[in-house]
Design a protein around this ligand. Structure first.
Ligand code: ADP
Ligand code: MG
Length: 340
């Protein structure tokens, strides 16, 4: 028997491999695998569905992740995918597996965060599953949302000449992770209490992210339908490449236009890290990456939460970043790959 290592395919190669023979049997399946969420038609009303799993030791470390924050984040990372479809989240189901090292009080704390996110984003927890694990905490959330008929936005529909836009600031979550990992290591080696250097912004960005409901609402109020959209969970490079590949286009990103919070930039310099690299390859920012027609530029230009970072080109022109120094580099995905 031949044995193929999963690492030889990578995460996206593996998903392609496992789903290559997947068939659609129902006319109500409007959009299947390959986007932030699937879309199901219910006699004109459209339902959006997405699932994400968080595994202890892979996606979070309980040494420095408060359970309440983890509960909150578990909901956020899922509804972020619903907003990325230009839809509104309405319901979630939540399944958990935990070992006997967890107490009722610990799970109560986790659920406090879950309920806080449900309240803030107006979603209802409507079910789930509870089971045990030999070791570690595993969380699986399915989020369901609704979208006006045919108003959902895919990754594959950007047009040549469209402006590439991003919400908020990038790279912060990766720097938050970096400081928490550093302090964990120092604690393990010396027992010294963590010194987070008052880095509330970057630590908050990692431990308590928000979903960009406000951006989706702003776009609707401004009468803008993005031509493509996704959320940024794996880093700007990886996600830009997804939009380019699925839309069969190229693009140019301007380094100087990539929004990086001043606190994140200063902390990156302190660690001798390149802030741009943190934005391109660091994950978990949960901002939105989208394209709009050039004609919509005037409508977004005054919104400080939206940055235009580049534009879409012919596929044959490739995917490039133009650096502050005037050099052009091919954009490559060095996003987090939990399997390698
Ligand atoms: P996101 O980061 O936006 O959650 P992913 O990269 O996890 O998206 O997934 C990309 C697409 O592949 C989605 O449509 C997702 O539903 C699908 N997918 C991921 N894993 C599997 C799997 N094991 N079986 C079927 N579909 C999957
Ligand atoms: Mg996504």
């Amino acid at each position: 028997m031949e044995r193929t290592e999963i690492s030889s395919l990578g995460e996206f190669g593996l998903i392609d491999h496992l789903t290559q023979n997947n068939e659609t049997r129902n006319a109500s399946t409007i959009l299947s695998i390959g986007d932030d969420a699937a879309v199901i038609d219910n006699f004109g009303k459209q339902t959006v569905v997405t699932t994400d799993m968080l595994v202890e030791g892979i996606h979070f470390d309980l040494m420095y992740t408060p359970l309440k924050h983890l509960g909150y984040k578990s909901v956020i990372v899922n509804i972020s995918d619903i907003y990325a479809m230009n839809a509104t989240p309405t319901h979630i189901t939540l399944s958990i597996a935990f070992s006997n090292r967890f107490s009722v009080e610990a799970l109560d704390e986790f659920y406090e965060g879950v309920y806080a996110a449900c309240e803030k984003y107006g979603v209802d927890l409507i079910g789930g599953d509870t089971t045990s694990s030999q070791k570690g905490f595993v969380i699986s959330v399915t989020a369901i949302g609704e979208v006006t008929q045919d108003k959902f936005v895919k990754r594959s529909t950007a047009q040549k000449g469209d402006l590439l836009c991003v919400s908020g600031f990038l790279g912060g979550a990766f720097l938050g992770l970096t400081i928490l990992e550093r302090e964990k290591k120092i604690f393990a080696e010396t027992g010294a209490q963590p010194d987070l250097e008052n880095q509330a912004y970057i630590v908050g960005k990692l431990l308590k992210p928000e979903a960009r409901k406000d951006i989706v609402e702003f776009l609707a109020e401004s009468n803008i339908t993005p031509t493509s959209m996704m959320d940024i969970s794996d880093g700007l490079s990886s996600e830009t490449l997804h939009i380019c590949k699925q839309s069969e286009l190229g693009c140019i990103v301007y380094e100087e236009k990539i929004p990086i919070h001043e606190d994140a930039r200063q902390f990156a310099y302190k660690l001798e890290l390149d802030p741009t690299a943190c934005a391109l390859s660091g994950g978990e920012d949960y901002e939105l990456l989208f394209t709009i027609a050039q004609a919509d530029y005037e409508k977004i230009v005054l919104n400080e939460q939206i940055s235009v970072i580049g534009y879409m080109t012919e596929k044959s022109e490739g995917v490039h970043i133009l650096t502050k120094g005037g050099n052009k580099h091919q954009l490559i995905a060095q996003g987090w790959n939990h399997m390698q």
